[in-house]
Design a protein around this ligand. Structure first.
Ligand SMILES: Cc1cc2nc3c(=O)[nH]c(=O)nc-3n(C[C@H](O)[C@H](O)[C@H](O)COP(=O)(O)O)c2cc1C
Length: 210
């Protein structure tokens, strides 16, 4: 199947059958998320992969009781940095220098520019920026899941504060941004499975400026 066929195949599953997704597929989906581009390469988020059924049961009531939270195989929680700190910025710049094996003046100047701007900003503004980066990885995971023939339900319908509390995210300097239950569709119980995909026409979305 071509990528576009797979993107047409995928949909936001409303019912899943509890079947387990193999760990090698899960690893490839997570690797796609890890490879996501992010602003300044900071990757300002972490992903929690919940396999534990009791934890899923705790999250379900604070996620509008959506059945896929418990009937999925793995529940991914994309958690963004609560703010940008000098330590977090330095970590990524130091990692880059270590992996590439050299320091570069332009790159070091860029580090100083980020250090003199991000940490001074309002934490909420920084979280919102970090959450946008988490969404990029989330989309990569969604596409990778489709590529693997695995269903995934993008999910913003949850109480972020409650999920943060259940997973102890605030103590880690993180805040939940978006959820992605991953598993397999339960076709006979999903009202959405046979409905035609609705997208606005290309001309209402794209403007080409010659
Ligand atoms: C960021 C985001 C949050 C969403 N939150 C929910 C959700 O909480 N529950 C749900 O059933 N669907 C949720 N959806 C699914 C959308 O309604 C769905 O993607 C959209 O209607 C397009 O349909 P399709 O994904 O089936 O092609 C969400 C989608 C996105 C991208």
């Amino acid at each position: 199947m071509e990528l576009l066929d797979k993107l047409n195949w995928r949909y936001a599953a409303k019912a899943m059958n509890g079947e387990k997704v193999s760990e090698d597929k899960i690893e490839r989906i997570l690797e796609a998320a890890r490879l996501a581009p992010t602003s300044s390469g900071l990757q300002p988020f972490e992903i929690f992969v919940i396999k534990n059924q009791e934890v899923k049961e705790k999250i379900k009531p604070v996620a509008w009781n959506q059945s896929v939270v418990t009937d999925c195989s793995h529940l991914f929680v994309f958690a963004a940095w609560d703010t940008y700190t000098a330590e977090r910025i330095n970590y990524m710049f130091d990692l880059t220098n270590k992996i590439r094996g050299f320091e570069n003046e332009g790159w070091e100047n860029y580090r100083q520019m980020l250090l003199s701007t991000y940490p001074q900003k309002n934490a909420e503004e920084n979280f919102n920026h970090a959450a946008k980066q988490a969404y990029i990885a989330f989309t990569e995971a969604l596409t990778a899941a489709a590529f693997e023939g695995v269903d995934a339900t993008p999910m913003e319908g949850f109480d972020a504060d409650a999920v943060d509390q259940i997973l102890g995210l605030r103590e880690k300097g993180l805040r939940s941004a978006v959820l992605l239950p991953v598993g397999y569709r339960k076709e006979n119980e999903d009202w959405l499975v046979d409905l035609v995909k609705v997208r606005k026409p290309m001309e209402d979305m794209v403007t080409v400026i010659e």
